[in-house]
Design a protein around this ligand. Structure first.
Ligand code: ADP
Length: 570
């Protein structure tokens, strides 16, 4: 890590420095060489022009003398040429032996009255010269500067420049190494700090001493760690508050993960199961109850709230189990102990059943004796006969009430097991209606059976008969004015829904929510008068619920009432 950052920074620095030095070196050297060349050329022009003036005016010295003298002073080769190209004098060669110079480019230019200049290797001397020729009266003077000495100067300057460049490069490298090391060290500190935070040490802090970009990154990370620590503390606090709250509950609360493992449970669960709860174990190892496990599975699948009653979940206790899906796919379930409620309910039911049972015999004998007395002629006067009839009617009513109470107690307790088998909905409907046909005729009501397809439902034949009996006799009793009752069924998503419809007075909407409660009557006097006990619909509801179905009612005052009950389809 250290090497990587350091080496990368160093690499970048070296590349930048080398590029800068190289560009600088190339451009400076080039400019400088040009400048040297120009300076020499300028000097040569000045010297040549001065010399041309002298040659023109000095008549005391020979041309050869003047050429040699000038050559000494200016450290150049000096040649004096006639306008026809013949060489008069030369400071370094014998003028007599030299060839005609009329064709030399610098001489050609000087003959045209200009300053001629040219660089080339001399035929006579054999080295490279910069030639410069100017007119001087009827002659041409030419100064030649050996380029080798100029190149010597240039190479010595070049060597100096190279040394300086290498020195600068070395210095820059040292500086770059120091800077790279400082940056790398600061980054390493940040990386170490970020590693600590990532590993969960949220109390780790980094001291920031600089405000540059690296410092800002460190500051931002520091702020993030601080905020994370605060948020985690807040979450921890609210979690422990929630745990304390859930642990204080008497109801058991258990959270299960999507793979059916125990994620959390409150203290009450351990109390209910008489064993400590181990987090992470499969829930089936902790709570091996089929109804409970089925409910959890159902919620995991459907992602909807489900509830059930789990009997004998812990010893002889019963619990109402409610399970809700959790946002992450798990399930949380609340187990509420209903053993005591069930015990009280059972005591109440038993009491009612016992009382009803005990009342049966005396009621039968009251009814029997009153009937016998009523049938015996001449034994009674008219007043006594009226009283006896009242006694008999009430004994019959009490008989019906005790019978209904017994039936309700049985269906409510669920003790009486239903004989559930697949039945044809059409046959169930036809049988129920035909057994009520006689009553309908007596009440002068038309009982219409709607034609339905041959659906199959899971039902107890006898119990469904009871349901139809109660609903049709209610319709006959309360809806005579309609003179018509329709029975039929419809297919629904969750099963087959049967209905009994009348066109009687209907039930006001405020009564509908309570109509299936036991002893709930819309018109008490009328119910009593017509022999009603107020238990018929409660019996209907419990029988249908025992089938796993549901009941509902629709009614409109003045137009009639329809009772519906749904049975599971096979
Ligand atoms: P009851 O023995 O009094 O008929 P039920 O439980 O069968 O008891 O019915 C409860 C009440 O619902 C009745 O008292 C009556 O007021 C009302 N009810 C039931 N069926 C009908 C109906 N088809 N039309 C109007 N009211 C009805």
């Amino acid at each position: 890590m250290r090497n990587r950052i350091f080496l990368k920074a160093m690499g970048a620095f070296v590349a930048v420095i080398a590029a800068a030095t190289l560009t600088l070196d190339i451009s400076i050297r080039h400019t400088w060489e040009n400048a040297v060349h120009n300076d020499i050329e300028k000097l040569l022009v000045q010297n040549a022009q001065g010399f041309a003036l002298r040659v023109e005016n000095d008549h005391q010295h020979s041309l050869q003398q003047m050429a040699e003298e000038e050559a000494r002073i200016t450290e150049t080769r000096v040649t004096i040429i006639a306008r026809n190209g013949v060489v008069f004098a030369d400071s370094e060669a014998d003028a007599q032996t030299m060839e005609n110079h009329a064709g030399r480019p610098e001489v050609v230019a000087a003959l045209a009255g200009k300053i001629g200049s040219s660089s080339r290797v001399s035929h006579t001397v054999g080295i490279e010269f910069l030639y410069l020729a100017v007119p001087s009266g009827d002659k041409i003077v030419r100064l030649a500067y050996p380029l080798s000495s100029m190149q010597q100067q240039i190479s010595s300057i070049r060597a100096n420049l190279l040394r300086a460049t290498i020195l600068a490069l070395l210095l820059a490298l040292v500086l770059a190494a120091v800077i790279a090391e400082v940056i790398s060290r600061r980054l390493r500190r940040i990386v170490r700090f970020a590693g600590q935070v990532a590993a969960g040490n949220l109390s780790a802090r980094i001291a920031v001493t600089s405000g540059d970009e690296i410092g800002q990154v460190a500051m931002a990370l520091d702020r993030t760690a601080r905020r994370l620590e605060e948020n985690f503390a807040a979450i921890r606090e609210s979690r422990s508050e929630l745990e304390a709250l859930l642990n204080s509950m008497t109801d058991g609360v258990i959270a299960v993960s999507p793979d059916m493992k125990v994620r959390w449970a409150n203290h009450a669960i351990a109390g209910i199961l008489h064993q400590p709860v181990r987090i992470g174990v499969p829930v089936v190892e902790l709570l091996r109850h089929p109804d409970f496990l089925a409910t959890i599975n159902e919620v995991l699948k459907s992602k909807r709230r489900e509830s059930t009653i789990a009997t004998s979940l812990s010893g002889r206790k019963s619990f109402s189990v409610t399970a809700e899906p959790l946002p992450d796919g798990g399930v949380v379930s609340v187990l509420h102990d209903i053993s005591e409620i069930e015990r009280v309910e059972k005591t109440r039911r038993d009491f009612i059943a016992n009382v009803s049972h005990e009342l049966r015999t005396p009621l039968t004998s009251i009814r029997g004796y009153s009937e016998t007395l009523l049938e015996s002629d001449g034994l009674l006067n008219d007043g006594a006969r009226d009283f006896l009839q009242i006694i008999r009617r009430n004994a019959e009513r009490m008989g019906r009430l005790t019978e209904d109470l017994l039936v309700l107690a049985r269906v409510e307790s669920g003790e009486e097991k239903l004989d559930l088998r697949p039945h044809s909905a059409r046959i169930l409907l036809a049988e129920a209606a035909s057994s009520m046909q006689e009553d309908a005729r007596a009440a002068q009501v038309e009982l219409i059976i709607e034609e339905i397809p041959d659906w199959s439902v899971l039902a107890d034949n006898y119990a469904v008969h009871q349901v139809f009996g109660n609903l049709i006799s209610n319709a006959l009793r309360y809806a005579q004015s309609g003179r018509k009752i329709v029975v039929g069924a419809h297919e629904r998503q969750s099963g087959i829904e049967f209905f009994v419809r009348d066109f009687g007075p209907g039930i006001a909407s405020e009564h509908l929510p309570r109509i299936f409660e036991r002893f709930y009557r819309v018109d008490k006097a009328r119910s009593r008068e017509s022999g009603g006990t107020g238990l018929g619909l409660a019996i209907v509801k419990h029988i249908v619920l025992n089938h796993g179905g549901s009941v509902r009612v629709e009614s409109s005052v003045g137009h009639g009432t329809t009772f519906f009950f749904l049975l599971p389809q096979v």
